[in-house]
Write a protein that binds this ligand. Structure first.
Ligand code: THU
Length: 138
């Protein structure tokens, strides 16, 4: 896959790891960091933000995407999402995040890494086959 370049991947991993350290996760203690690469080559990060009303908790992937949409000058097109958790198993994005990633790029590469050698490296279409999208609304 052409994206990200090795240098971009190193930077995405570093951003995702730093973002996980900022997670607000007093209920689950599950700290997640995410970083995204946009088609214009920009990088944005996010962490999970929980709430005492558990259902309002916000995942790291969606936080990073919201960050990119807000900062972007053009419509967001995702190239890659990198997720980090300080665990021994790599974490795949939840269903809601899969849908949101798909919205901004059905070919987005999703990479997840952790504190072991385990890695996930797939496209969002693999994680969410037959996705509902804007095409369904026409
Ligand atoms: N979480 C994420 O941030 N990303 C995922 O892909 C899975 C789950 C968060 C939500 C919640 O704050 C905590 O992890 C436990 O579910």
């Amino acid at each position: 896959m052409a994206f990200p370049s090795p240098a971009q991947l190193r930077k995405l991993e570093s951003l995702a790891k730093k973002a996980a350290a900022k997670a607000y996760a007093p209920y689950s203690q599950f700290h997640v960091g995410a970083a995204v690469l946009t088609a214009s080559g920009e990088l944005f990060a996010g962490c999970n933000v929980e709430n005492a009303s558990y259902g309002l908790s916000h995942c790291a992937e969606r936080a990073a995407i919201s960050h990119s949409v807000f900062a972007g000058k053009k419509a967001l097109q995702l190239k890659c999402v990198v997720v980090y958790t300080p665990t021994l198993t790599a974490t795949a994005p939840c269903g809601a995040c899969r849908q949101v990633i798909h919205e901004f790029g059905p070919d987005t590469r999703v990479i997840s890494f952790c504190d072991s050698e385990e890695r996930i490296d797939v496209t969002i279409s693999t994680l969410l086959p037959g996705a509902f999208g804007r095409g369904n609304l026409t």
